[in-house]
Design a protein around this ligand. Sequence first.
Ligand SMILES: [Zn+2]
Length: 350
Amino acid sequence: MNYKEIINNLKPEAIISLMEKLGVDRYSDRGDYIIFPTICHNADAEEASMKLYYYKNSHLFVCYTNCESMSIFKFLKEYYETRSIPYNWYDDIYKVILDCSSFKPTEGFEAIKYNSLSEKYRTRKQEQVLEVYPKGLIDTFIKEYPVEWLEDGISKKAMDKYNIRFSIPQNKIIIPHYNVYGDLIGIRGRALDPEEVETIGKYMPVQIEGKWYAHPLSMNLYGLNYNKDNIKKYGICYVGEAEKFCLQMEGFDFPNCSVAVCGSQFNKYQLNLLLKTCRPREIVICFDKEEKPGENKYFDKLYNICNKYKNYCNMSFIYDTRNLLKLKESPTDCGQKVFEELVKRRIFVR
Ligand SMILES: [Zn+2]
């Protein structure tokens, strides 16, 4: 992918115009950099402080309040997640960024023109029909067990069950996404190239012959097609962030009752999907550890998710008070013992 050329050819005027479309009402162009309100982590642009800098030379955003340094790819992801906007990586990140860059890849790109992105997303309907792809597409990738995942507690058996593949040219672990019925609805890749991870992120959709196999992640639950019977039978569902969460859980010696949201939000659509399919008695939010010492923002976020849905189902969340996990680690990253310890001390919201 030509992400470096895309980023290196970002035009400052296009960045300003994009930010305005995203709802920014003021900015200050200081020559080498432009200062914007911190809409990355603040849903309300008017209330955000002027601490988000865009540096014209490095093409990086730096949020001096909360989010630190990020490429435009990571910035947009943050923007959508802050607002719980259902986004599609290809349409809402990749194409938007291409529109701000003077670099144009030859294939797989049509120009788009939004008058107001924030308007578009405010009015976007949650319910969309997801495209179903031929299952055989996955067979264009080879079967290989990446060392990175084997070392991360993911067994070969788990990778077989979830139909994990590998792409040598893209240097990515290939992760097929199925809906609850087992139809193929998207293909994501876990990047192994450190530079790609740093700039764009670990996970993104995969491109095959110029076509992107992206889907709105907020409209599905990864792993539900495999684990729905267990969730129904045992009455509990563990909701994690990344696909890896479900795969690691596969190695534990109790039935796998996990799904992954593939982001850091759990929305009403996903709740309904889970309730309709499995009717669990309890949903346990098992998100990655994010809290910085002395803060409680992350606690509040998890509490609020549970509080919002407590009338539909018993809700609880994992919160690591004993420092069993390092920052950014998932509750399943340190094995079954640690996971069980965290679950034992989970917080119920009633
Ligand atoms: Zn920020």
